[in-house]
Design a protein around this ligand. Sequence first.
Ligand code: ADQ
Length: 470
Amino acid sequence: MGRLIVVSNRVALPSGTKSPGGLAVGVYDALRDSGGIWLGWNGETAADADADQALSTVTQDNITYATFPLAARDYDRYYRGFSNAVLWPVFHYRADLSRYRRADYDGYLQVNRAFVRRLAPLLRPDDVIWVHDYHLLALGGFCREQGIRNRIGFFLHIPFPTAEVFKAIPPHHALAQAMCAYDVVGFQTASDARAFSDYCVQHLGAEREASGVHVADRRVRIGTYPIGIDVDGVAAMARAKRSRQVAALKSGLEHRKLVISVDRLDYSKGLLERFAAFEQLLESAPAHRGRVSFVQLAPPSRSDVQGYREIRRELDRAAGRINGKWGELGWAPLRYINRAYERATLMPLLRAAQVGLVTPLRDGMNLVAKEYIAAQPPDDPGVLVLSQFAGAACEMEEGALIVNPYDTEGMADSLDRALHMPLAERIARYERLMQGLRLHDLAAWKDRFLADLRSSAKPGVTTKLPTLPA
Ligand code: ADQ
């Protein structure tokens, strides 16, 4: 079996201080099994000349981590600009927040090309390449342009929008063409996969086939690979001895029930709508006043991208207003905390909550929904209240209470139902959800994707390929 080469925007270095999240664990296991290389940005920016310099490599446990800094200009155009101010909002159905500039798109293509320049010398003929996420949509096209004939797969962690929304990105055509240079293109949900193949059929003249599309003499396999979690790992972490933070939270709660939400601070996560629903609950069900606390953990992310500063300001205002209006001397209804916690602290916190409130306006999957369930005590589990717009809703609709995040009163009703749900119903729902989590766990995700990639037809040298702008 050939080696695996993983390419992603960021690389989780083995010496990193942050404990690795779901994706890093899955990629790490896959790489360790077959031996391989993980190539990507090291998270630092450098002066333009320094950034062009060689790759730093570290090898540990059969894995070589090959990383490099980004030039400050590239960080601006590729990362902050096209990736996070165009692709992220549009793919999350927020074309109104998109800030397209040609220079950013050029920077995006240049960085995708620079990734290929660094990748090419590392490759052996039987290596398979697995590329991750929206920062690298064009990488496959540049690999083919460079004559790389290895099998290359791509997995999109975020939603893929319908054609009408995708077309809000001026170079949508070139981007979709570049995606067709991959042998396997994987999505979180069947509707994301359908949206991509519909676009290919409607706008690239592709023919639909049983396993994907046929476009410009290439067969592209299009599949659904819902990402999962390491269920036993999360459960064990959640059960482990309680940290000081968890003890402090518990004693502060006294005997109140706890509703918890954990997100990166991002407009796609629906925090304002969630705060409004919690306030609606206090308004319409007075019995909960003084008896329920809502903890929202949301460390700021991408604070240098426009759109993120505004949402942060609005949330500060809403949290202050809710506590000012409803709080009492001995009770703060909402604790809104802008800092990140280690996973070893986070999982016991999830376990301590009677309700996990996961209500994004749009989300590729949302691993917190899955982690919340895996963290629960089996004999007294909490209830997951989940947005219909999270990818996770496709697999969790039978056990979670599914809500529409735009329906404030509906969300408040579901919160009320979750807080009152009898033990037998909670256990039945938890058991159903755990079965699904085990079936679609992290190992199944990477095994299925890699099996499809390894068995895809090897791209021939004469294959006609889609082209990208120079
Ligand atoms: P994210 O948007 O980052 O990821 P999510 O899946 O919710 O979203 O979280 C990823 C990981 O980060 C989880 O393991 C979670 O525990 C951790 N995390 C989130 N908030 C945290 C916090 N406040 N403190 C500490 N840890 C936190 C993208 C897509 C998702 C998709 C993932 C994986 O946007 O839809 O599920 O990739 O494919």
